[in-house]
Design a protein around this ligand. Sequence first.
Ligand code: 5GP
Length: 116
Amino acid sequence: MTDTIFGKIIRREIPASIVYEDDDILGFRDIAPQAPVHVLFIPKHQPIPTLDDAAAGDAALLGRLMLAAAAYARREGLAQDGYRVVMNCREHAGQTVFHIHLHLLAGAPLGQFGTP
Ligand code: 5GP
């Protein structure tokens, strides 16, 4: 995988507020939160830059990213009020870090999104 800032977070070479970890997934607070709760979930081992680079064999990993976000939300008492998960892919979505990641946004009613 082309190394990114998230690789450095996985290797603990730079600090991050890590709030979730299992064998495959790391979750940490976004440095520039867009909601009261903004956590990024990333795979620790698989070299996938964007969703467009994911293959059929990555299906379980992608599912684990979603389930990690859901488990975290449940654990933190966010599930009942609800939350949003977002994965940006490349330029038009504003992807800036090319290590696949799922955003979890929660903690307040969220505005609409998706329009140019
Ligand atoms: P993207 O725009 O690629 O979907 O999301 C990348 C996210 O990573 C952005 O929300 C950005 O604020 C966050 N980010 C970038 N660099 C760092 C960092 O060094 N630490 C943390 N915790 N988040 C970062």
